[in-house]
Design a protein around this ligand. Structure first.
Ligand code: URA
Length: 303
């Protein structure tokens, strides 16, 4: 039976984790309470060392934390990078590799012919890793490959991809300038929304890609992407129109050359195809990104 922490204690713990992350401490380990010591006392005791004393699995805590943290109203929202925070962070093959091309290759090799979640046996043709400039200042993150992406092995190549290309061009950029990836790298059957376990299994690879590319801005396309990147549960109306400070969860170490990215949320292109009236709102989101990146829109913006 998972133990549920007292809400106050959980909030205090989340605050403490946030504090450690601000100090650049990402590695945590689990310590059981001493015999006879209550969890609450043990947690309060944790004091100056980055120790978690959670009597439940990390994913259970993560799930509770997601429900706990609605999007905030402030202009720039700090986000707890919370994947794996209660585990020893496993050294990754790309750590210490400074060339992002080589580092991405190592992540791809590590992913291999992935069978980590059930999507591998649900009709995927191939893994869709990501595409674009490994040194991109701007990265777009979608939900998961559809039929066209599954067939071609590249994200956003179908109708939604054509619209994304138009959005990128409207910003005065080319598709080759940015990096594009998804939360899950295998096509969910029938283009269903990826399930939580699939996202939790796959998103560490996305986090590692982001940590290697070190973009200035990540744009989350749609609520599934936003919720997985930010680990917060909120409707699009609350997620959009503001900046979030973002550091990829579960990735070791602080890189002095990269303080993390700013993250903005906008509508998924597939949603915009269904409801083109929202394109103006999406354009506002992209203009916010352009302003931050110092990009002048071309004289005659594309669609
Ligand atoms: N939708 C997504 O979220 N990603 C793709 O790659 C294609 C469509």
């Amino acid at each position: 039976m998972p133990h549920t922490l007292d809400p106050e204690l959980r909030r205090a713990l989340a605050e403490r984790v946030r504090y450690y992350h601000e100090l650049g401490i990402y590695d945590f380990y689990r310590r059981e309470p001493r015999p006879g010591q209550s969890t609450e006392t043990a947690t309060a005791d944790a004091g100056a060392v980055p120790v978690s004393l959670l009597p439940m699995s990390y994913s259970a805590f993560q799930s509770e934390l997601r429900e706990e943290m609605p999007a905030r109203k402030s202009a720039v929202v700090p986000v707890i990078a919370e994947d794996n925070i209660f585990e020893i962070v496993t050294p990754r093959p790309e750590y210490g590799v400074t060339d992002p091309v080589a580092a991405l290759k190592l992540i791809r090799e590590d992913l291999g012919d992935c069978t980590r979640c059930k999507l591998h046996k649900q009709g995927r043709k191939q893994i869709v890793f990501g595409v674009g400039n490994p040194r991109a200042e701007l990265m777009f993150v979608g939900e998961g490959p559809g039929a066209d992406e599954d067939a071609q092995g590249e994200p956003f190549v179908g109708r939604a991809g054509q619209l994304l290309n138009n959005m990128i061009r409207a910003m005065g950029l080319q598709r080759e300038d940015v990096y594009i990836a998804n939360v899950v790298k295998c096509r969910p059957p029938g283009n269903r929304t990826p399930e939580r376990d699939e996202c939790e299994t796959c998103s560490p690879f996305l986090m590692r890609q982001i940590a290697v590319i070190k973009p200035k801005v990540v744009v989350a396309l749609g609520a599934v992407s936003a919720k997985n990147l930010l680990a917060i549960n909120a409707p699009m109306s609350e997620l959009r129109g503001r900046w979030y400070d973002f550091k990829p969860a579960g990735v070791r170490g602080s890189d002095p050359s990269w303080p993390g990215a700013r993250l903005a949320v906008t509508y998924h292109p597939a949603f915009l195809l269904r409801d083109p009236r929202q394109k103006g709102e999406a354009w506002k989101d992209l203009q916010m990104v352009m302003k931050y990146l110092g990009i002048e829109p071309p004289k005659k913006a594309a669609e």
